[in-house]
Design a protein around this ligand. Sequence first.
Ligand code: FE
Length: 163
Amino acid sequence: MRNLILLVIAFSFIACNGNSQNNSTSTQKPKSTMSDKVVKTEEEWKKILNPEQYQVLREKGTEMPFSGKYYLHKEKGIYVCAACGAELFRSDTKFDAGCGWPSFSDVVDSTKVVYTKDTSHGMVRTEITCAKCGGHLGHVFDDGPAPTGLRYCINSVSIDFKK
Ligand code: FE
C-alpha cells in the first residue's frame, strides 16, 4: 500500500512538471527539449531571413570583418539569435578583440550553443551554432580574456540586440 502511494506521488510530480512550462507561477526554468527546437525547411528560412542572413546562418558564411553592425556596439543588453530569438550573449561579456567581429568571452549558458569541429579553409576551428535553430553563429577560440579564456567570434548578421 505504501509503495502504491509513493507511486501515485511520483506520477503526480512528473505530470505537474510536465505542465510547468505553461505555468507562469513556476520558478523552475523549463529544460531544453526537442520540442524547443526550431525546425524549418530551407525554403521557409529563405522567406524569414534576408539574403545576407541566409548566407551566414544557413550556409555558414562569414560577414566581412569590421563591417558588421555590432562590431563596435557597446549598449547594455542581450544578443539573441537573429533567426530564432534564442538568448545567446550578454553585453557584459563583449570585448574588443580587434578581429573585426563582435567578440564575447562567454555564452549566456553553454546549452544555448552547439560546438562542432570545423576543418574548412585549411584550418581547425570550433564552429558555434545556435542550439535552438541550428543557425551558424561563428567560431570560438581559446585566446580570449579571463576568466573563461575564450573568444566567441560572432557574425553581426547572426545576432540581434535587445536592451
Ligand atoms: Fe537560433
